[in-house]
Every structure is written in C-alpha cells, then in structure tokens.
Design a protein around this ligand. Structure first.
Ligand SMILES: [Zn+2]
Length: 422
C-alpha cells in the first residue's frame, strides 16, 4: 500500500460523481462516433479513487501503443478517471482486433479498457471474448459478482506491476541513450569506441560497465517522480548521491557520468510527474524549472560552483533553472543517425556554457575561442571535424557537459516516443 493511501486522501470521490463522469464520457463518445470511428483508452482502476498515478501512466502509454495513425487525440480527466479519445478512419473491425491483441498480450494489457466505436454506432464493438480477472484468472464478471478481491489488493497489484514495467522501460531507454552517445565518434576529446580522447584514465569498456547502475538510479527517480508528490529535485538528491556512489564503484573512482545522473535523473523525475498532469509530457520542462527555482548556486567546492562565483557562469544548475533548454532542443531535433547526433553535440558545445569545457580550457578567453570554433563548425565537413577533434585531444579538452546534454536529449526523445503527447 505504498501509494494508495496518500492519493486516496487527496482526492476522494463519491459514487455519484463517478457515475456522472461515466455518463458524460459515454455521451461524448457517442457524439464523436457520429462522424468517425473512436478509440477510447481508459485504465481499469477499482474503488472510489480512479485517478491514481498508475492510471495516468497506463492511459498515456496505451494511447500511444494503439495510435495507428489516428489524427485526433484528446486527453480527458474526471471523477471516473482519465481517458484518451482517438478518432480513426479506416476499418473499425480491424482496429478492434489490433487493440484486443494489445489488451490480451501486453503484460499491462489487463489494466486497461480499450473500446472501439464504429462510425454511426451508439455502442462500442464487442470484444467477442471474456476478459479475465488479473488476480485469479476467472472471468472478470464472475469474480466481480462473487465479491472478488479487496480493492486494496487489486490496487496494489496494479501499482506493483505498472511500476515494475515502467521502471524497466525507463532503464532500457536510459541505457540506449548512453550507448548511442558513447558509440559516437569522433567526439572532441570524449571517450569513444576508438579512443579515450582527453581521458587517459578512462576507456570505452569502463564507461559501458557503468551504464547499468546509472540507468537504475535514473529509473528510480522516474518512479519517485511518478508516484510521489514532493519537489522532484529534492526527492531525487539522495537517489542521485547513491547512484553516483554505485557508479564510482564500477569505474574505480572515475567520474564518468556525474553530470548525466543529475540532468537525466531530474528529467526522468519530471517526466514521471508530467504523466499525472492534465498537460501531459509537455509539462516536464516547467516542472524542472519550478522545482529547481531555489537551487543553491555557487555554494560548494565543485568546479561548477567555483565558475559561478568567479565568472557568473551557472553551468548545469543554471540549465536546470531554465528548464534544460538545450536538452529540449536535442530531444526535438536529434534522430538516431550519428550525423544528427554529432550536429547536436556541436550545437551544444558552440552555444551553451559547458563548465567541463571551461575547466579543461583553463581560462575564459580560451573557452570562448573554443566555443566560437564549435559555433562555426560545419559538421558535414569531415576534414574540419577531424581537425577540431585532434585539436581538442592535443589540448586535453573535453565537452563533458555537452555530452551529458546530448545523451539526456536522446533519452527524453526515446521516453516521449512511448507515451501519447496529450
Ligand atoms: Zn479474481
């Protein structure tokens, strides 16, 4: 009962409110079905409080899974829980077959109802088979009539399975993003499969070995963001510290991903939280901005804080306070093509204040000069790219901050692709 009680207190709903909301949903759907086929995705949450964190994640996830090119989506919220309506053209019966397969075969499929309404009909298409109780496997209506299971038990089962699945989803997305960034070559002093660049104490296999524990920490921050209610930054601090410790153990004390843990962890938590809002995933950037508004600047001995005191450069903390605009830029523009990733990395190095690059450059003047070189670099000119790559390695330069932003942008993009954007 980790989550149920706190949410229950927050939003108790009366049976009448639930019935009224259900009636309204049906009327709306019938209205829409006059003109189009309609797909309605809803979570199957027992009890009085339908608006649990799991329900929002499930509805947004499954609305994306059965989005076979529908051209209109709408998110609705109410006492009967949230739901997403999709309008679809084409063969309604085929559509029904597709969503029925999703309901039956996906590990979380039994927690959602995906109804399909054929154009012109006032009732949804029948499944043609019985849905089964996810606890005892009896037909759901039999189990329901017999009094079934305590609501708490059902809710806990849904939360447990949902959390497990999305934790895995986020971990996989994180590892995929870290690998994409690590495999990029050339990378101006950063570690690649072919060189340790400006990091003689690190190498490819060491970086790769750290991915699992880093992704575990980031996935934990997502789970805390989705199911918790507090400030996502402050909630994430102890998890971030623990994750750093685990990473340092794997790398023998080398800081391979400290910046990434901060950036991606914060974004994962904000992404999880955004799923429970009416605005959906587009709210994540504002959540980061809001929850880091009072982050302490320039107070520690870290190079970033020193740079803030000395040069007024805010580094990664400033980026967070601004809602990570460079990560957003990468997430919106990057593709899985390595030329695209290179272009985004160079864009970051040329435009944002990368304090790792500043540290390696030694002083402000050299840093700005270098930034200018990245700002004007044509990434399709292989010779120019190789020359700047060589210059960075010769001078011991590294674009650690820009690399963290690149990997985080790829990570956010992969996450965004798996949930409906409404
Ligand atoms: Zn049952």
């Amino acid at each position: 009962m980790r989550y149920f009680s706190q949410w229950c207190r927050a939003s108790m709903t009366s049976p009448n409110e639930i019935l009224a909301a259900r009636e309204q949903r049906l009327q709306q759907t019938v209205q829409l079905a006059k003109e189009h086929n309609v797909v309605c995705v809803k979570a199957n949450i027992p009890g009085k409080d339908k608006r649990t964190p799991s329900s929002y994640a499930l509805v947004r996830y499954f609305a994306r899974q059965c989005d076979y090119g529908q051209w209109y989506k709408r998110f609705n919220d109410g006492a009967d829980g949230c739901y997403i309506t999709l309008l679809a053209d084409g063969d309604a019966l085929k559509l029904k077959q597709c969503v029925a397969q999703t309901e039956e075969n996906h590990p979380l499929g039994r927690f959602v109802d995906i109804d399909v309404w054929q154009r012109g009909e006032s009732k949804s298409l029948s499944r043609g088979y019985m849905r089964r109780c996810f606890l005892c496997d009896k037909p759901a209506f039999v189990c329901g009539r017999q009094g079934g299971h305590p609501t708490e038990e059902l809710l806990e089962f849904i939360d447990c399975k949902t959390e497990e699945f999305f934790r895995r989803t986020v971990k996989d997305a994180c590892i995929k993003a870290l690998e994409a960034e690590l495999n990029l070559h050339p990378k101006f002093g950063l570690v690649t499969p072919l060189t340790s660049g400006s990091h003689p104490d690190m190498n490819y296999s060491m970086m790769k070995a750290a991915h699992g524990c880093v992704a575990d920490g980031v996935a934990q921050m997502f789970v805390d963001g989705l199911y918790g209610r507090g400030n996502v930054y402050r909630t994430g601090i102890p998890v971030g510290v623990e994750t750093e410790k685990n990473m340092l153990e794997v790398t023998g004390g080398r800081n391979a991903y400290k910046g990434f843990i901060f950036v991606a962890g914060l974004l994962a938590a904000a992404f999880g939280r955004s799923l429970t809002t009416t605005r959906g995933t587009s709210a994540m950037w504002d959540i980061v901005r809001r929850d880091t508004a009072d982050i302490e600047m320039g107070k520690t001995d870290s190079f970033g804080d020193m740079a803030y005191r000395r040069y007024g450069i805010g580094g990664v903390k400033e980026h967070a306070r601004n809602g990570f605009p460079f990560v957003k830029h990468v997430a919106e523009n990057v593709t899985d093509d390595s030329r695209s990733m290179l272009k985004q990395l160079v864009y970051c190095a040329g435009n944002m204040d990368d304090t790792v690059m500043l540290k390696r450059a030694g002083d402000m003047r050299s840093f700005r000069l270098l930034q200018q070189k990245f700002g004007t670099l044509d990434t399709t000119d292989g010779k120019a790219v190789d020359a700047l790559d060589k210059e960075c390695i010769d001078k011991g330069i590294s674009l650690g901050g820009s690399a963290d932003v690149l990997a985080s942008g790829i990570f956010v993009k992969i996450l965004m692709q798996q949930f409906a954007s409404v």
